[in-house]
Design a protein around this ligand. Structure first.
Ligand code: SAH
Ligand code: SF4
Length: 347
């Protein structure tokens, strides 16, 4: 049996042709699964009965199993899902609003179980890489939550490094943005990467129009190597060239993410190095992130967040300070899953 959510529209059209059906049946299936959110082929009444029967024999419509849902005091929700093989992932929903009363919901999707990159401040990194998610498991995180809560933005910022699972992430975006299905806007999607250079070039050439955020966290190589030891082969100088290419090729702005960690990357000198590095990258903005303390590392949140932001603003760098939503339920990274896995291991 195959998971139909791993098939994009072209592949499904190819399948229809291969069984002697008209390709437009694929569009009807996309419509039924991603717009009407049908869970069973027998309920897709636009399809002839014999085709429904054949599909039920060859495919299934995958649904994630929710293990828990935790709400934080500031309106963030963290979902813990179990995958087919029993592994767990998390998805975070962040509810935001502005001073004009506009409200919007952002969903933070996971792309891998764990992560191979071992960033020293990150709970997901502590798990190591267990496996990549397939396109269906990525798509389903949105489909599950979106069923009850309208999602306006997607960020690939949950567990894992999206550009090390490039093909499945690309396919999930193609399926979710397909106008025959969920028709999610590409401009409403952001990929956050720790800076996998060759894939940033591919992203610029292949998946235009999505937004790119790069977790830089340090503007000098020595500090970055300390924080992100597995990214030495993706050095800052080459990363900058790739970002320049991405901006030129897509016309999109790039967001630089910068976690502020006490006495590690939050000095005046650190800020000036950052200014020097990115002032020629245009358009670009900086998102300063409040660090959430993790039990396995000595790092502490910076007490200089406002000063650091001020320094950037004075040098005409657009810089926002990201309020840390859901810290009481560890919605920023893989903490809930690692905790749960520990419990499972103990039992
Ligand atoms: N692998 C990708 C996307 C997932 S990590 C990346 O690194 O960009 C998503 C974000 O969570 C990153 O910006 C990362 O720096 C941040 N993050 C990880 N650990 C954190 C912590 N302890 N406190 C706050 N943010 C954290
Ligand atoms: Fe992986 Fe991102 Fe965590 Fe680094 S910060 S270990 S790249 S998930």
């Amino acid at each position: 049996m195959k998971d139909i959510k791993n098939f994009d529209l072209k592949e499904l059209q190819g399948y229809m042709l291969s069984i002697g059906e008209k390709p437009f049946r694929a569009k009807e299936i996309f419509h039924a699964i991603y717009k009407e959110k049908q869970k069973d082929f027998t309920d897709i009444t636009t399809l002839p009965k014999n085709l429904r029967q054949k599909l039920s024999e060859e495919f299934y419509i995958y649904a994630l199993e929710k293990v828990s849902e935790t709400n934080s005091h500031d309106g963030a929700t963290k979902y813990l899902f179990q995958l087919r093989d029993g592994l767990l992932i998390e998805t975070a929903l962040i509810r935001e609003s502005n001073k004009f009363g506009r409200k919007w919901n952002t969903l933070c999707l996971s792309t891998e179980v764990g992560c191979s990159l071992d960033c020293q401040f990150c709970a997901t990194g502590q798990m190591g890489l267990i496996r990549n998610l397939d396109a269906s498991e990525i798509i389903e995180q949105l489909m599950f939550v979106d069923n009850n809560i309208p999602i306006n933005n997607i960020v690939f910022m949950g567990m894992g490094e999206p550009l090390l699972n490039y093909e499945n992430v690309k396919k999930s975006i193609e399926i979710l943005t397909d106008t025959e299905g969920r028709a999610f806007g590409k401009r409403k999607i952001t990929i956050s990467t720790s800076g996998i250079i060759d894939k940033i070039y591919r992203l610029a050439d292949q998946i235009k129009m999505v937004n790119l955020a790069v977790s830089l966290h340090a503007a000098d190589q020595t500090t970055r190597d300390k924080l992100m030891p597995n990214l030495k082969e993706n050095p800052i100088s080459k990363l900058k060239e790739a970002l320049q290419y991405y901006i030129e090729k897509t016309g999109n702005a790039v967001t630089i993410e910068y976690l502020l960690i006490k006495n590690v990357n939050d000095s005046v000198e650190n800020a000036l190095k950052l200014v020097k590095l990115i002032s020629s990258l245009k358009p670009c903005k900086v998102n300063l992130i409040h660090f959430n303390k993790v039990p396995f590392a000595e790092f502490s949140p910076s007490q200089r967040e406002i000063e650091f932001q001020k320094l950037l603003l004075e040098k005409n760098i657009r810089a926002t300070l990201r309020k840390s939503k859901g810290t009481d339920i560890s919605a920023a990274c893989g903490q809930l899953v690692t905790r749960n896995l520990t419990n499972v291991a103990k039992n």
